[in-house]
Design a protein around this ligand. Structure first.
Ligand code: NAP
Length: 319
């Protein structure tokens, strides 16, 4: 069978602790397994808090999120699960086979599906100020994809959380100047980041709000207000980096016919089955009485989901 015609026993959507554990256990049952991850293998551990310590994962007194995510990923890879990057856009059923359609047009086929998307995908929050839409991609950005893009530039960063501070620290060496504006009189970020910002050549402006963005073909000026005095300052800038948190993307689950609890959680039975036969779920995305959002419970749910997939596909005499 060519790789193109491969029909996996199970496709796992999401590569966080729940999805990777599902992959590891599916391989112990020799189920051919594909794990799809839209952001970073390791899930939230890897992309949301890589340097924060996790204290409640048994057998590690403390381990950084990024390292734990990497260990889960290595284990899943070693088990023989296939792993691919990409966002799942659609899930269609054709008889006994599911077609998992990716945002970039690729598709995969599977006999069963485990949903393990955690809290779902997030996109950066927007300020909704004049000029923001017009100059997006022309100096206004929400992420540092390559710090060299900021070389020699006068950069304004908006935000007071760890993302804003870490981005300021990442680009300060190559940028011409970095100004960090925050709407309050103190940051909400980790002390480690606050101390590093205070030591770095970063101009911090507290109680300041970006109210409009101006320019020609690209960003040229940022209008900033002091929210105590209402004094307006116009800053000459080449780039504006907005980091004011994230908000969840609209969930595609209802379109896939999956019964939800509230707006975003998948209702599951004790065997982790969803309302669609052949589709199971585990981890932060599921809802059932007594659900607790922990890495370790997500892993347990993943094992249950895999056993349900196994029974669904193989109907063993003993189950
Ligand atoms: P965040 O912690 O939610 O911070 C968002 C910041 O943007 C806040 O300071 C907020 O101000 C400000 N803000 C929100 N809406 C605004 C608006 N309309 N206008 C002006 N300012 C606005 O978001 P984040 O920095 O992206 O971090 C998200 C989570 O990931 C946090 O828990 C963070 O600790 C974590 N994280 C961890 C690491 C790490 O472990 N190394 C790295 C990055 C992020 P207020 O404070 O006034 O609300």
């Amino acid at each position: 069978m060519s790789p193109l015609a491969m029909v996996y026993d199970v496709v796992v959507v999401g590569g966080g602790p729940a999805g990777l554990t599902a992959g590891i256990y599916a391989r112990t049952r020799s189920l051919s397994t594909l794990i799809l991850e839209a952001q970073a293998m390791g899930g939230q551990l890897a992309w949301l808090y890589p340097t924060k310590s996790v204290y409640d994962y048994p057998s590690y007194i403390a381990i950084e999120g990024g390292e734990l995510g990497e260990l889960f990923t290595m284990h899943a890879r070693e088990s023989g699960a296939v792993m691919e990057s990409g966002e799942v856009a659609d899930l269609k059923r054709d008889g006994q086979i599911f077609r998992v359609v990716m945002r970039d047009g690729r598709s995969h086929e599977a006999r069963s599906v485990i949903l393990a998307m955690g809290m779902g995908l997030f996109e950066p929050k927007r300020l909704d100020v004049p000029g923001e839409d017009e100059f997006e991609g022309k100096g206004v950005t929400y992420q540092v994809r390559d710090r060299r893009e900021f070389r020699g530039k006068r950069v304004l960063i908006v935000g007071g959380g760890d993302s804003a501070l870490e981005y300021a620290l990442e680009i300060v060496a190559s940028a011409k100047e970095v100004t960090l504006v925050h709407r309050r009189g103190e940051f909400r970020a980790m002390e480690k980041n606050v101390e590093a910002v205070n030591k770095a050549p970063i101009r911090v402006v507290f109680n300041a709000e970006l109210t409009s963005i101006e320019g020609g073909d690209r960003v040229e000026r940022a209008v900033v207000y002091d929210n105590r005095t209402l004094k307006k300052t116009v800053l000459e800038v080449d780039a504006i980096l907005i980091n004011i948190g994230f908000e969840p993307k609209i969930t595609p689950l209802t379109k896939w016919g999956i019964a939800l609890e509230g707006e975003r959680l998948v209702k599951v039975k004790a065997d982790m089955s969803t309302s669609v036969p052949g589709v199971y779920a585990c981890g932060d995305i599921v809802s059932y009485p007594g659900k607790d959002k922990r890495i370790v419970t997500a892993c347990g749910e993943a094992v249950t989901a895999v056993m349900s997939v196994y029974k669904y596909l193989r109907s063993p005499y003993w189950a």
